[in-house]
Design a protein around this ligand. Sequence first.
Ligand code: 5GP
Length: 182
Amino acid sequence: MSDIHQDISRVLISADEIQARIKVLGEEITVDYQNEDIVLVCILKGAFLFMADLCRHIRVPVNTEFMAISSYGHSTESSGVVRILKDLNESIAGRNVLIIEDIVDTGLTVSYLEQLLEARKPNSIRICTLSNKPQCHKTPVQIDYCGFILPQEFVVGFGLDYRDYYRNLPYIGVLKPEIYQK
Ligand code: 5GP
């Protein structure tokens, strides 16, 4: 039987750590948006697990929206080029938008998305990411909520993929080098 856990060389953030941190982020967001409501914009595919867990710790009213964008293709380096594969269903004009991302690496994707959504005249727009690699940023990006700071390494799990696999790992980890040679 093939087992995806066997392809991991190191677990960087355990499932328990992820869940505990998401709970704290949900509580912070609840406090910050008191007496308001939020449109959570999940950036697919990577943020689907994070969004699902996070929204259950937010106690102010939320709408959930999904935007699908093209990622790296089969490379592990950012091209900075983002293609919208699926746009939002509803208008965000006058709403409080919270962008939910899996990871900020160069920052090019999230800053592009922020500009794109800003043009639609929301009342406010903030960024919430499960993880961040600040040493890799190529553009200034203001992150309002961040789960974890990661080292400069390619990681998989908890929504993050390699060739669209490994998103279902309950933790964040590093693949064994031989996996890239397949
Ligand atoms: P950025 O535009 O900030 O460089 O990249 C954002 C996107 O690149 C993320 O949404 C994610 O899809 C992908 N990405 C960046 N770093 C990693 C990583 O370490 N692992 C995985 N699986 N994807 C990454």
